[in-house]
Write a protein that binds this ligand. Structure first.
Ligand SMILES: Nc1ccn([C@@H]2O[C@H](COP(=O)(O)O)[C@@H](O)[C@H]2O)c(=O)n1
Ligand SMILES: C[C@@]1(CO)OP(=O)(O)OP(=O)(O)OC[C@H]1O
Length: 160
């Protein structure tokens, strides 16, 4: 039985007016974005943590500290590329990634194909190996009041 590992990741970022809204490597045309040290791409951060967790490695903040000016405003696809390369160096291959976002806004569905294309390119896999889902929080709690966006991700990896 070859080594096969599962990982999970979670991230949340608050909304901030005037910031770029980047999700899964795609920029949405909105007057608001998400607050963060990087481009605040909450979905890509959850994916990075799921991959790192599956490989038994420390989390995204360990590799890309939010106190390091090098990562200020960075495109999170660069972080995902680095995470995928780290796993590959250790002999891991990605089976699939699945995600769920909780977002009252913006509507994710129309940009789904673009997000899958961007993420799969960064992770070095096919778009079919990535699942992206979104739901509102039905106006319940802080996410339901549209105070921010949360994302969950799972990743399965294996070694030949
Ligand atoms: N930010 C979002 C939220 C939801 N969707 C799509 O709408 C469907 C219905 O959402 P509910 O929260 O009412 O269940 C959902 O299944 C998604 O297809 C979206 O695109 N973006
Ligand atoms: C992505 C990093 C990069 O400094 O910063 P943030 O955009 O603040 O994102 P978060 O998920 O809060 O922390 C992880 C950091 O690695």
């Amino acid at each position: 039985m070859p080594p096969i590992r599962i990982g999970q990741g979670y991230d949340i970022h608050p909304f901030e007016d005037g910031r770029p809204m980047v999700l899964g490597g795609v920029t949405f045309d909105t007057p608001y974005g998400l607050q963060g040290h990087s481009d605040a791409d909450v979905l890509t951060h959850a994916i990075c943590d799921a991959l790192l967790g599956a490989a038994g490695l420390p989390d995204i903040g360990h590799y890309f500290p939010n106190t390091d000016p090098k990562y200020k405003g960075i495109d999170s696809q660069e972080l995902l590329k680095e995470v995928a390369a780290t796993l590959r160096e250790k002999g891991w291959e990605i089976v699939n990634i699945d995600t769920a976002m909780i977002a009252e806004k913006p509507k994710i569905y129309p940009r789904l194909a673009e997000m899958k294309a961007a993420l799969s390119q960064s992770a070095g896999i096919e778009p079919e190996q990535i699942g992206i889902k979104a739901t509102t929080n039905e106006k319940i709690g802080s996410l339901g009041r549209a105070e921010g966006i949360a994302a969950h991700a799972s990743a399965l990896i294996f070694k030949k």
